[in-house]
Design a protein around this ligand. Sequence first.
Ligand code: PEP
Ligand code: MN
Length: 337
Amino acid sequence: MIIIIRADAQAEKRAELTDWVRGLGLDVHLSEGADTTVMGLVGDTSRVDIDILKALDIVKDVLRVSEPYKKANRKFHPADSVVGAGGCLAGGGKFALIAGPCSVESEAQIVSVAKKVKAAGAGLLRGGAYKPRSSPYAFQGLKEEGLRLLLLAKKETGLPVVSEITAVTQLPLFGGVDIIQVGARNMQNFELLKELGRTDKPILLKRGLSSTLEELLMSAEYIMAGGNERIILCERGIRTFEPATRNTLDISAVPWLKERTHLPVIVDPSHASGISRLVPPLSLAAAAAGADGLIIEVHEDPARALCDGPQCIKPDELLELVAKLDTVLTLTGKARA
Ligand code: PEP
Ligand code: MN
């Protein structure tokens, strides 16, 4: 349920209303806009008498929110949320360009590619240290050492970094990581989501391979319910009957999500297609559809990459893409941040 408060409502009356609602055992989520304040009520609102609320002089309107996601719902928070790290932001007109290799392979590899993606215009460096692979015999990532090398690249370039967590037990190792990624395979690892809800780190939450958009929003809700509202959603392709591409990029996910949630929405064209040649056109399509950012896999020598080489573009291809991207962004009223 949301209560829309009049712009001229006195602070004491608002505080009285908040206390009264909390007294009913409900959680209150306040969103202050320029003209109105939205008070979102989370919990069992069946006992709340809408007529009593509507009769209050500070209340403009009361609406029931039928969707199961509340804190992630745009009705609770009409303005875009802006989430990011170190000046690289997504949402509210800001476009975050995240780039880097699928996984950290060595000091030389990560430091060199970090410098190149920065020069091409990326504002955040990606690099996996814990890799969830389909085969137990495939490269599993450098783990703790991978995180150490990623932080070295952060220090060398000044770029904030994002890396994937695959288990709750790894959390103490992520102190220097600016944004924690929850990968597609862990989107519904509810214990992990709950733990991340207790942290103050921005979370990059990727859509599960076969998850609906409502399920993605409910996973975001798990993190938000714990108190962490800094979430970036990521459409990274879903599994369909089409084998031509690794996954199928659900481009409609972008405008659909942007309508229903205030959280920023970015696109991963690398995992969506699995084919490096398709990365530039899909990136431009994502920007045109209203995405708030991109996360792109970049490797200087894709043929020798330890993970996901076929979908990695090279730094000069990123540079070429960024020029076109900026043209598309001017049409959508966004700018790289
Ligand atoms: C990744 O970003 O390297 C990754 C494993 O992505 P996803 O979880 O989307 O497959
Ligand atoms: Mn990858």
